[in-house]
Design a protein around this ligand. Structure first.
Ligand code: FAD
Ligand code: NAP
Ligand code: SF4
Length: 670
């Protein structure tokens, strides 16, 4: 059998799970409105069909005070259970199992009714919570228990009690947020009483034949977080109180250490779960940045955990488990941990989806049906827009020819994958290579498509991408002024001091590329932990030590014309990581810069109206892009009506999310 540890059944007493795959809780934005539960049911049903052992819903509040945001998903009244029955029925019809996560946001609640153990505002919300009275604490425990009972009535196989990530239960556990001096605060035993009572009373209320997962905060990554001894004490008490499984929680939301972004090493926190092995006899779940079967199998075979939790990887590929079981890991559409369509959307109050799988969370609305008539279709370019389009067209039964002028498929992803911390981009290209072969797409590399060759097709899709935007200033034609393709595609040498013009996504990536000492710390968990101050020996509370970033290999200035902080427009959940990483490398990030000239002294700029010379050996221009639209124009002139997508259509603010979604969408319509 492929991946024998991953596909070993797990005995829980009243139920046997078919494998060790837990689909971790992920807010999709569909939990909050009753009207969206049919869509949510279709989303979970597709993943149940895909063979996941056990799934957990996004967080559902047990009370109004526990809301994450006003009118967020809640299960506190019998009539709320009706909508949840849609999910449980859909999952059970596919032979799956599903638990509901009970999440009380505490002081992370983005509303004025929030409560907490103590009246302390969190650094990431504008609302100061009300401190719960002793009666309020009792009432809140009752809310959890009632919520679990209702979940059982709604047909769930169990609940997950969210005790980590800095939410209410976690706020009781840590000295940092619990300043109480009553039965619920003070020493470690009293601080953990809230968590333990929730589990104990829930078990009493729901009986033995119901799964209770406790998500235990094992590494908080904040000052004043729990010590390792306290965590072990809590794990033992939670086991004693009746939990069935302990899941791992890593980091509070206010922590300044990245825990799930693409630059975090794969399974980079499994060591924390392993540390708890032997302390309790419950199954332990490892989590964070486990995205491929080889990684999951390694964690399980190495005895680091008994199950693996994956949330985003199953958003990216609902059939992950079926493919892994069949030994077809090359066919998995891998989550690249970019957060661009999932967490970033949730933070913008938009429905989550997935950059590499735009159907995610739109399963019932976005169908990929067989084509009414098979056509001969040419797709020009093999960037992400083209690859998504070509594979979806072929999936629908069209005969597809893909033209790529370069020697490889992937377009700009071939440059993205070279950035330290973006190694996952290789996986998307591997997935598409496999998919193109599987679907027998006729791939013509090193072939520049032109009007003559395209005339014979029924339809032509042009996804010829972009060209870098040139920038003009005195000396900009000097050979020492490079473009980002000179650096990332042609390996042109770059001196020890360099100025980067343009601080968008590519400017930041080029800065990281030029500052880094290979190999990338993402491939070395020990070096990565040192860079971010994660204490793998766990001697200090919260598991934090002073970060020891490696020095930059170059002196770098990252510049933009706009006033203000460079990087302010980077993605919400990942931008801070890029800014912090470059700050640690002492990259100077400057806004409000006017470029005047480049000569032997360096780059002459105006900064706050003052003339300055940045004494650099090279300038790298990363000033955005313009559509590569010449071919589309020629086709129009020849009387063809090409479908133009991706950067060739609109280059401004084009990212792979838009490119893949546009390519897939077009392919469903032809
Ligand atoms: P491209 O990827 O530009 O592909 C176009 C392809 O068409 C090329 O391969 C080209 O050779 C080919 N072509 C052009 N003309 C012809 C012709 N006549 N005949 C045959 N072939 C032709 N986006 C994100 O969302 N997240 C990121 O983290 C991210 N990081 C990036 C990092 C870097 C360093 C770079 C450079 C880009 C990054 N991007 C990122 C942007 C993302 O890669 C692009 O938005 C995406 O590749 C655009 O896809 P596309 O299919 O429109 O075009
Ligand atoms: P971008 O994000 O539009 O940034 C372009 C930068 O160049 C800006 O800093 C802009 O700021 C500057 N600029 C624009 N015109 C200029 C001019 N004429 N002269 C000098 N400077 C100029 O584009 P990009 O960095 O090329 O990225 C391309 C796309 O790839 C983006 O849509 C981005 O989302 C995507 N991408 C995403 C990631 C990611 O991690 N999510 C990473 C890389 C790329 P000023 O005008 O203020 O100078
Ligand atoms: Fe993974 Fe990115 Fe998709 Fe989110 S959007 S599931 S991080 S690939």
């Amino acid at each position: 059998m492929h991946y024998p540890h991953l596909f070993a059944p797990l005995e829980l007493g009243h139920v046997t799970l078919p494998n060790r795959i837990l689909m971790g809780s992920m807010h999709t934005g569909l939990e909050d409105r009753a009207a969206d539960y049919d869509k949510l049911a279709a989303y979970f049903a597709e993943r149940a069909r895909g063979g996941v052992g056990l799934m957990v819903t996004g967080g559902i509040a047990p009370s109004v005070a526990g809301w994450l945001k006003p009118l967020g998903g809640r299960l506190s009244m019998p009539w709320h259970a009706t909508r949840h029955r849609k999910l449980t029925r859909a999952v059970h019809a596919e032979g799956g199992r599903i638990c509901m996560q009970i999440l009380h946001a505490g002081r992370y609640g983005y509303h004025p009714l929030s409560v907490a153990p103590s009246r302390l505002k969190s650094p990431i919300t504008p609302f100061t919570p009300r401190a719960l009275s002793s009666r309020g604490v009792e009432r809140t425990i009752g809310d959890f228990v009632r919520c679990a009972q209702l979940a059982r009535e709604a047909g769930y196989d169990g609940v997950e009690v969210m005790g980590s990530e800095g939410y209410l239960i976690n706020q009781f556990l840590a000295e940092r947020t619990n300043r109480r001096n009553d039965a619920w605060g003070g020493d470690a035993t009293r601080r953990m009483r809230f968590a333990v009572e929730i589990v104990r009373r829930t078990r009493e209320a729901v009986g033995r034949d119901f799964i209770i997962i406790y998500r235990l905060s094992m590494l908080e990554l904040v000052e004043g977080g729990q010590s390792w001894e306290e965590i072990v004490l809590l794990a033992k008490a939670v086991e004693e109180a009746g939990a069935s499984i302990i899941n791992t929680g890593i980091g509070w939301h206010e922590a300044r250490v990245p825990t799930i972004v693409t630059s975090v090493p794969r399974a980079g926190f499994a060591w924390v779960t392993q540390r708890l092995k032997g302390e309790v006899s419950l199954p332990l779940v490892a989590t964070n940045r486990i995205n491929m079967p080889e990684v999951a199998e390694r964690v399980l075979a190495g005895g680091e955990a008994d199950m693996v939790s994956m949330a985003r990887p199953l958003l990216a590929d609902p059939s992950w488990a079926t493919k892994a079981r069949a030994g077809r890991s090359a066919a998995i559409n891998t989550c690249i941990a970019c957060n661009q369509a999932c967490l970033d959307h949730v933070f913008q109050n938009r429905r989550a989806s997935c950059l590499v799988n735009p159907r995610a969370c739109h399963e019932s609305e976005w169908l990929i049906a067989p084509a009414a008539r098979s056509k001969r279709i040419a797709v020009v370019g093999a960037g992400p827009a083209d690859l998504a389009c070509a594979t979806t067209l072929a999936e629908r039964g069209h005969t597809v020819t893909l033209f790529e002028q370069g020697a490889h498929i992937g377009g700009q992803f071939n440059y993205a994958k070279r950035i330290p911390g973006k190694e996952e981009f290789h996986e998307t290209l591997r997935y598409y290579r496999h998919r193109l072969a599987e679907l027998r797409v006729d791939v013509r590399l090193d072939t520049r498509a032109d009007t003559a060759v395209l005339l014979s097709f029924d339809e032509v899709v042009v996804a010829s991408g972009v060209v870098p935007r040139p920038v003009q200033f005195q000396g900009s034609d000097d050979p020492r002024v490079l473009g980002y393709l000179d650096v990332l595609a042609h390996d042109r040498p770059v001196g020890a001091r360099v100025a980067i013009i343009g601080a968008g996504g590519i400017g930041f990536d080029v800065a990281e590329f030029l500052a880094a000492q290979p190999p990338s710390p993402t491939l070395d968990p020990t070096r990565w932990a040192q860079e971010w101050g994660v204490d793998r020996s766990f001697t200090a509370r919260g598991g934090l030590v002073r970060p020891a970033p490696e020095a930059s290999t170059r002196q770098i200035w990252l510049l933009q014309r706009s006033e203000g902080r460079p990087g302010a427009r980077l993605n919400k959940t990942t931008g801070w990581v890029h800014r912090a990483a470059l700050k640690a490398k002492q990259v100077q990030m400057l806004g409000g810069v006017r470029y005047q000239r480049f000569d032997d002294e360096g780059l002459h700029v105006l900064l706050d109206g003052q003339a300055q010379v940045l004494p650099v050996d090279n300038v790298v221009v990363c000033a955005g892009q313009e559509p590569n639209a010449a071919l589309a124009q020629q086709l129009l002139e020849a009387g063809l009506k090409p479908h133009v997508i991706g950067g060739a259509d609109v280059a401004a603010e084009l990212d792979a999310k838009r490119a893949i979604a546009q390519g897939t969408r077009l392919a469903t319509e032809l």
